[in-house]
Design a protein around this ligand. Sequence first.
Ligand SMILES: Cc1ncc(COP(=O)(O)O)c(C=O)c1O
Length: 448
Amino acid sequence: MSKKSRVLHRSQRETPPLAVGGHGVWLVDANGREVLDGSGGAAVSCLGHQHPRVLEAMARQAGKLTYTHSSFFTSEPAEALADELVGHEPGGLGYAYIVSGGSEAIEAALKMARQYFLEIGQPQRSRFIARRQSYHGNTLGALAAGGNAWRREPYKPLLADAFSHVTPAFAYHEKRADETDDGFTRRLIAELEAEFQRLGPDTVAAFVAEPVVGATAGCVPAPEGYFRAVREVCDRHGALLILDEVMCGMGRTGTLHAWEQEGIAPDIQAIAKGLGGGYQPIGATLASTRVVDAIRDGSGAFQHGHTYLGHPMACAAALSVQQVIREDNLLERVRQMGDLLDQRLTERFGNHHHVGDIRGRGLFRAVEIVSDRAGKTSFDPALKVHARIKRAALERGLACYPAGGTVDGVRGDHVLLAPPYIVSAQEIDMIVDRLGAAVDAVIKDISH
Ligand SMILES: Cc1ncc(COP(=O)(O)O)c(C=O)c1O
């Protein structure tokens, strides 16, 4: 772009390329060049771009009603979306509080947990335990909940001290060489128990976690049994379990909710990205009937709110996205294509000197880049290996989602892949080929 951009972009040093179109898993830039969208932005575009059924649903709603304020009216799309999400009460979740994105969904979850305890006469519960190397959003409450050290650092003086952080279930870095998966889980649960005891178990409102950690650590599922043990600790101490499925939810890992693969359900859940697939900004806080009943039987109203709650256009788009996922049996496709992606990544990177770990579930996979496999050593953060890979991949026609600070907020690089659920086997091959070429080019570059 030659004209000065007045958008305050993420970087004030460079303006990103201009995207002018999209179709399926492809994005089109201003020069007409097609870029394979290997991560759906930040794991958002679950149906790819310009899905005709979603566009049609949005046009239909635009012709009827685009906005109404939730304190005056409800709307047909909001009612229908909530029915679609929680009409069958999955895991006891019976209500949807519909907001405009992931951070708002987390803010609502935190406040809802706090208010629940006020309603049931336990006002002393105001503490939240979360995990290091996690991300729950960028508004101040969500940022305080998250354990992403780099994102928290500049705003530390503004973050509430109601939050504390325990070791993440990140086996590649946190499990000791002589430890079994079970032993690792036991150690993590003992630490969680100790944190409850340190705070005073009856002061804890909730434990907050991503079932599969997203961008901060790169698609990290927990060891088998970890979340069942977490649920047990929360139940024993009367605390709630808040699961953040903003990134890993709505089918991304092969089941609609990632918690389905853990044999537990949360009391409160945040969803966002795959909910609306990028067609509209939308998120939701799903609440168990137990939590909502307590509020209804108590003060009678959740003391929170935003101007765009239950936005009709956003709800119409998200409803259509969810209908397409269900009607086209896309969860099955996520599992099949996810297995294929895992297989192709293993073939390409399984013996790569600079890929230490390949992990994830469904169409939510990451490779961790290392300088030395045996020692699991990261490259010098100053090299910004992740940023170089992003650039090298884009030059090769692949948009992917690399990030740094994988290990502790400073060290480590990984590349996250989250292609749309409609991705074909051939496109999976192209993603892996292009990523492989980009990684090799960067390694060659920095080795000289
Ligand atoms: C797990 C998780 N929680 C919360 C958020 C915040 O969502 P948003 O960026 O829509 O506010 C994100 C965004 O990346 C996320 O990955």
